[in-house]
Design a protein around this ligand. Structure first.
Ligand code: TYD
Ligand code: ZN
Length: 411
């Protein structure tokens, strides 16, 4: 059994999703025969309460010069980053010469709001193509993984940071202790760390099992984050639930005793204990719900196929890779997946090899049903696709429950 990435105790397997390809491993036909697979198993450490993957995929297989996820692809996220950037700049970056580091800065979606304010900043991003996109947007970026060596180099060049930011990034970092050491190096003694990641409470509460994939090594809660950070002299001083990514949590962290501690931390911890995030039974119940969700989705798609309906996938998200492969949904059940990201288009989805097409194909002509893989952007997408509805098209969702939107659950 694998040792926990935080405390070293043994991690109990909760659910095995089968052999899985890389969530963002969109590929060409000629690469089918060499496609990489690993065992996707979600596990839980009862000692420190960290939910995590049992097998980790080598980093270079996931984050490289053709990383297909661009943070700026949704207007909802763009707005979210703008608000966060302005809040941080206003509250923590007012001192002359203030300096902010963002870990996992992707295409600069967050820092591009800070750069024009003339604030010293640096994005750290290991995937070459997205790092380049950030640089061309005026965001100072270094293309590398964030670890103690990188942290020392940053301090030598720029000095220590007033603020370190990370959104949807820390849960991707396999060695959390090396990460914390790097944070200890890069942050000023009274510096603030602000990070947000998909929240375990929402993952379980909404049966959003498609958040589980290779890049997400950890599934954070306040309970587990505290266990990790206190080992390194940090404490969480504020937590704020966010709606993005289907439910995320923002953590504000400082060195112990340097920041005022909000009551939100204890309140949220209390909620987690009441919800049962510390109990293994909660995870077994989650597993049963995942099994049930798969059966319902397959039954629905099979029924629509038998009725001769056209079903198309909407958004070739990382999340869709888990659903498609775990449920074994092939082109028998969905024709293609429509996606706005040029680097994904005209390739095939990982594992099930469903063609990925640009949105122009979605409209010509519209299918009867669209299976919404970007359910976290539902509002933005349904508003944008009003013509699809007017043409009689219907949305299928599977989070928080399998349903044709507007018709209620499939019986
Ligand atoms: P996201 O949920 O952020 O993906 P992930 O599961 O990988 O975190 O959704 C981003 C993907 O969805 C990206 O491939 C672009 C696609 N997308 C569309 O195709 N159309 C849209 O209107 C939106 C908002 C996203
Ligand atoms: Zn542990």
């Amino acid at each position: 059994m694998k040792g926990c990435g935080v405390c070293g105790s043994s991690v109990e397997p909760v659910i095995f999703f089968g052999r899985m390809p890389l969530a963002n491993g969109f590929l060409r036909q000629e690469d089918f025969s060499t496609e990489y697979f690993y065992d996707l198993t979600f596990g839980f450490c009862s000692n420190c309460r960290m939910a995590q993957l049992i097998e980790n995929v080598p980093l270079e297989k996931m984050f490289h010069a053709e990383y297909p996820f661009f943070s700026s692809t949704s207007s909802g996220m763009t707005q979210h980053f703008r608000r966060l950037a302005h809040e941080v700049a206003h509250r923590w970056l007012q001192a002359p010469n203030a300096f902010v580091v963002e870990v996992g800065s992707n295409d600069g979606a967050l820092l591009r709001n800070i750069a024009p304010l003339g604030i010293r900043h640096l994005g750290v991003e290991p995937s070459g193509n997205v790092a380049k996109a950030a640089s061309s947007n005026g965001v100072e970026t270094t293309c590398r993984f964030f670890d103690p060596v990188a942290a020392r180099d940053i301090v030598a060049t720029y000095g220590q940071a007033d603020v370190v930011l990370a959104t949807n990034c820390f849960c991707h970092i396999q060695d959390l202790h090396s990460l914390a050491e790097a944070l200890e190096i890069v942050l000023k003694p009274v510096g603030v760390l602000i990070f947000e990641d998909p929240y375990l409470g929402d993952l379980i509460g909404n049966v959003a099992y498609d958040q589980i994939y290779d890049e997400h090594s950890y599934y954070f809660s306040i309970l587990s984050v505290d266990h990790w950070l206190t080992q390194h002299g940090f404490e969480t001083v504020d937590v704020r639930p966010q709606t993005v990514h289907g439910g995320s949590m923002r953590y504000v962290v400082g060195r112990v005793g340097t920041c005022e501690r909000s009551r939100s931390v204890d309140t949220q911890k209390e909620r987690e204990l009441n919800f049962g995030l510390q109990r293994f039974e909660t995870y077994l119940d989650f597993r049963s719900k995942i099994h049930f969700s798969r059966e319902k989705l397959l039954r629905l798609l099979q029924r629509l196929k038998n009725e001769g309906r056209r079903v198309v996938g909407y958004a070739a998200t990382s999340k869709s890779t888990t659903v498609l492969n775990y449920c074994e949904i092939s082109t028998e059940l969905i024709e293609f997946i429509s996606d706005t990201t040029p680097i994904k288009q005209w390739k095939y989805s990982p594992g099930m090899h469903i063609p990925v097409r640009p949105p122009t194909e979605f409209e010509s002509p519209y299918p009867d049903y669209a299976l919404l893989f970007a359910w976290n952007h539902a509002e933005e997408i349904t508003n944008k696709e009003l013509h699809f509805n007017e043409a009689g098209g219907r949305w299928i969702r599977y989070v928080p429950r399998v349903e044709i939107v507007g018709e209620g659950g499939d019986k």
